[in-house]
Design a protein around this ligand. Structure first.
Ligand code: ARG
Length: 462
């Protein structure tokens, strides 16, 4: 690296004393925001191209700056770039290095720009890519769920409300509920792209600039849709950060819900699913144990993504317009949430691939708890033309009788049933069959096998 001729801090002619080592230590963010180097360099290249087009800098200076910036990018990629906490953040580290490479003309790069607009331009571009990456990752989970669902259309299990047996469902229908959630997550992330598409570059520190810049040019070149409208709001705005963190939180919450559910189903009490040895851990004292640690990890991590959302909300709560140092924390928070979520998505995908339903146990459990009681009530309404409330009361009598006799509903004889409701004929017995029960739920969105098959085709097309 050439000898550093410009090693003073940018403001050291105004602020005579070097910043205290304590402040240097806490005030710098280079270890965190160096992640933004690519966006920062791209933003600077487009910025100087615009400055040249607007006749604010010369052709020669523009080229020199672009040459230097490209060189810096290569250095960073080759791990040859030396980051210095003295220059606080990625923006000033790059600018300082530019001086070393091309000399004093590097000073033109910051014309009509402030770090305040620079940092959010970089950050919006970064979050845009991260958002698209998350959605790609979610697609992988959706694909995995579809594969398992296809194999389990006819796997019958109890559906629960209040964790009590409610009505019979297909295991595929259960799994596909999570496809809906992950699809909503994708939509939520995609919706954020709209506000991310407003270009902050050019609002400078807070007022805009007296230079004749062309914000439409940088907007187009950097892949934004339009420039932001108000310079003050632009530098103070971190709503796009909140949108991202909220979307991450909701997605984490879905991951946490399925994790909790699978933990319960994997418990010895339920025993509805098996987890392969690849995804369980043992105990240091209890030799028999196979614990669903990974699922617990996923459930636990939701705590930190919620925490990150609340950190950012709290940072913003009392902030007047416009930029304050408080805002610098936004990047660490977002980077952490992003990493956590991507890890969780990958892990959940792996867990799903290593999970199998305990079909016998599912069916046995579905056969207990008078799960077809609602089917009997519906049957009475449809076949013996009575109001639902009356059918409900007759069914209650049947359930009470079965409970007294310690029988399941499908173990009752037609004679026993007739004693409660004389109108009943032997045909009624079919409502106690679980397969019939599941298949009768043909209303759109219901759990019948046909519905599920159609829905799988629909998801595959999407
Ligand atoms: N590293 C700073 C941040 O991320 C860049 C903006 C600095 N602006 C300022 N006025 N100190 O927030």
């Amino acid at each position: 690296m050439t000898k550093n001729k410009n090693n003073k801090g940018i403001w050291n002619n105004r602020i005579k004393k070097n910043v205290s080592s304590l402040f240097q230590k806490v005030g710098n963010s280079i270890d965190i925001d160096k992640k933004l180097y690519k966006e920062d360099i791209k933003g600077s290249i487009v910025h100087v191209e615009m400055l040249f087009r607007q006749k604010i800098i010369s052709f020669k200076i523009k080229n020199k700056i672009i040459y230097g910036l490209n060189k810096i990018e290569k250095e960073i990629l080759k791990n040859k770039f030396i980051y210095n906490i003295k220059y606080e953040d990625i923006h000033m580290n790059i600018e300082k290095r530019l001086f070393q490479i091309i000399g004093e003309e590097a000073g033109y790069v910051h014309t009509a720009r402030s770090r305040n607009d620079q940092v959010i331009t970089d950050f919006k571009m970064w979050i845009t890519s991260a958002t698209k990456e998350i959605n790609k990752n979610l697609d992988k989970i959706i694909k995995t769920i579809l594969t398992i669902s296809e194999k389990n259309i006819e796997t019958i299990m109890p559906g629960f409300t209040h964790l009590k047996n409610a009505q019979a469902i297909s295991f595929a229908h259960y799994l596909m509920a999570y496809i809906e959630m992950f699809n909503r997550d994708k939509k939520r992330f995609s919706n954020n792209l709209e506000s991310l598409s407003e270009n902050p570059l050019g609002v400078a520190a807070l007022t805009g600039t007296s230079f004749n810049i062309d914000r439409n040019f940088t907007t187009k070149k950097l892949g934004f849709k339009r420039p932001t409208n108000n310079s003050l709001d632009t530098v103070a705005d971190r709503d796009f950060v909140l949108d991202f963190l909220y979307s991450v939180s909701v997605c984490s919450m879905h991951i946490s819900r399925i994790s909790e559910e699978l933990i319960i189903w994997n418990s010895d009490g339920f025993n509805l699913i098996n987890l392969s040895d690849k995804i369980v851990t043992g105990s240091s004292i209890m030799p028999q144990k196979k614990n669903p640690d990974l699922l617990e990890f996923l459930r636990g991590k939701t705590g930190s993504t919620y925490g990150n959302l609340f950190s950012m909300l709290t940072i913003l709560k009392g902030l007047p317009i416009s930029y304050f140092k408080d805002l610098q924390d936004d990047k660490e928070i977002v980077f952490k949430s992003n990493e956590t979520l991507n890890n969780c998505i990958t892990i959940l995908n792996e867990v799903l691939k290593n999970l199998s339903p305990n079909k016998k146990k599912m069916l046995d459990l579905a056969n207990s708890g008078y799960i077809t009681a609602t089917d009997l009530a519906d049957y009475l309404v449809k076949n013996h033309s009575m109001p639902f409330r009356k059918a409900y009361q007759i069914t209650t009598a049947v359930v009470n009788y079965a409970e007294k006799k310690k029988k399941k509903l499908n173990e009752l004889s037609i004679d026993e049933l007739k004693k409660i409701e004389p109108k009943l004929s032997v045909e009624v017995l079919k409502v106690f069959d679980l397969k019939n029960s599941v298949n009768s739920k043909k209303s759109y969105g219901g759990t019948s096998f046909d519905n599920i098959k159609k829905m799988i085709i629909k998801y595959k097309k999407a």
